[in-house]
Design a protein. Structure first.
Length: 297
């Protein structure tokens, strides 16, 4: 699978996951309102029982989500300044390695992604959130855009979405590690997180298994290289040396993309495979340009 498309699928799944939880809340609230309306027409005794039932339901809804001990510990680390480094591979392309480093200094957040592979252009991207603005950066393109959201860290994803603890994919041999598994199930896809901890509940590695519309699983394997509660001050001045892609006029965008394609050896035939003509560069989105340069030729 094309690595850019893989990342896009994962981000879309996370957004859908959050939307699904929001829809469920709306459904729960609608059901509760209907139950309260019906209670107004019953006898005093039934009304009392309905009120008691509603109170129990309200207390249940207010109960705080309780993750496993390992994820709770990770969330505590991520709530303070931290530096987090991992090595990532995917089951469909195990020879491609992605090194990811994320840092939070108490005010700003930054994550960098550097890929090593034998074929194609290695990805070299970053995301920074500072002064209430998010920037998505591609160093191979030499440009950035604002307003594309970051997916967040695994502990926040699990806790914010109150994912159910399961054991469907935990192997019989856990190599002596403690494993916590969390699952989200939607109509078209299932995402399963298996996080491995040592005896002190320090995270060692995790896997994320994606099943989309019945297709074979794609498994993301993550080795945690370091996770510590310290971070250097994040400096965003490097953005001055990059191009603000959204600020380009149509003619400037056309010239910028043509020069980029010349530098990377992307031909009109390559563009045609993506359904792109040179004239489309006047209005091409940053994500579509990323897909063009990273799709194997």
């Amino acid at each position: 699978m094309n690595r850019f498309k893989t990342a896009a699928v994962m981000l879309a799944a996370l957004c859908a996951l959050a939307t699904g939880c929001a829809d469920k809340d709306k459904t729960d609230n609608s059901s509760k309102a209907a139950a309260e309306s019906k209670a107004e027409t019953v006898s005093k005794a039934d009304e009392s029982k309905a009120d008691e039932s509603a109170a129990d339901e309200s207390r249940a809804e207010e109960e705080e989500y309780a993750p496993g001990e390992g994820i709770a510990k990770m969330a505590e680390i991520f709530s303070q300044p931290y530096t987090y480094s991992v090595s990532v591979t995917f089951s469909d392309d195990p020879d491609s390695l992605i090194k990811i480093t994320a840092a939070y200094d108490g005010e700003s957040y930054m994550v960098t992604n550097k890929e090593t592979n034998d074929t194609g252009l290695p990805a070299d991207t970053a995301y920074i959130y500072t002064d209430s603005v998010g920037y998505t950066i591609d160093y191979n393109i030499g440009a950035y855009v604002t307003g594309i959201a970051d997916a967040g860290n695994i502990a926040d994803i699990i806790i914010e979405n109150k994912l159910e603890q399961t054991s469907t994919r935990i192997p019989a041999d856990t190599e002596g590690y403690i494993v916590e598994e969390y699952t989200y199930t939607a109509a078209a896809y299932i995402t399963v997180y298996d996080i491995y901890f040592d005896e002190d509940y320090d995270p060692v590695k995790y896997t994320v298994s994606y099943s989309v519309e019945g297709e074979d699983d794609l498994v993301q394997n993550v080795q945690i290289d370091s996770l510590k509660n310290e971070a250097e001050k994040i400096d965003s001045s490097f953005l001055d040396d990059l191009t603000d892609f959204n600020a380009l006029t149509e003619d400037e965008r056309l010239a910028f993309c043509q020069q980029l394609c010349n530098e990377l050896g992307i031909t009109t035939d390559d563009m045609g495979l993506q359904g792109i003509t040179p004239d489309d560069f006047k209005r091409i989105s940053f994500l579509d340009l990323m897909e063009l340069i990273y799709t194997p030729k």
